[in-house]
Design a protein around this ligand. Structure first.
Ligand code: 5GP
Ligand code: ZN
Length: 140
């Protein structure tokens, strides 16, 4: 198993048990636990055991282990509505530079519990949309 850890990283320390956590599910590739600053009851984090700062830096076997865990946790949280959130980079609201997925229950009883997001839609003309599409497509 390729596990890469960083001694100074708080999430690597949680995986090693050097910082305590409310552990949920642990697998060969992943570790999950309750978020210390929850947006709602049961807000959980899933982290790969491989230290990478951003999602695209993770080996696929670590990445593919995460969603089945998210599914189990979401079902166990007991709230029908929820968000899966994964931030990459400081200006994209990533505070801890070790890849993590949030599973955030969205209770129907309160608007300000759970994730609250802005969604500022931009309008691109057809030719610009095509340029954007071509630029991405040729790198895939
Ligand atoms: P981000 O903004 O990077 O996507 O989210 C980082 C999350 O990690 C935050 O929701 C924060 O509450 C949580 N967090 C930071 N440090 C700790 C910790 O030591 N223990 C736990 N359980 N959660 C943490
Ligand atoms: Zn780490």
């Amino acid at each position: 198993m390729a596990v890469k850890q960083l001694a100074s990283c708080i999430f690597c320390k949680i995986i090693k048990g050097e910082i305590p956590s409310y552990k949920l599910i642990e697998t060969e590739f992943s570790f999950s636990f309750l978020d210390i600053g929850p947006l709602s009851k049961g807000h959980a984090l899933i982290i790969p055991k491989y230290h990478a700062e951003k999602l695209h830096e993770l080996p696929d076997e670590h990445l593919t282990d995460v969603l089945p865990i998210a599914k189990k946790i979401a079902a166990a949280q007991g709230v029908p509505d929820y968000n899966i959130l994964q931030n990459n980079g400081r200006i994209a609201h990533q505070e801890v530079p070790h890849v993590h997925f949030h599973v955030i229950p969205k209770p129907s009883t309160s608007d300000d519990e759970g994730l609250v997001i802005g969604w500022p839609v931009k309008k691109f003309e057809k030719d610009e949309m095509e340029k954007i599409y071509d630029a991405i497509k040729q790198k895939l």
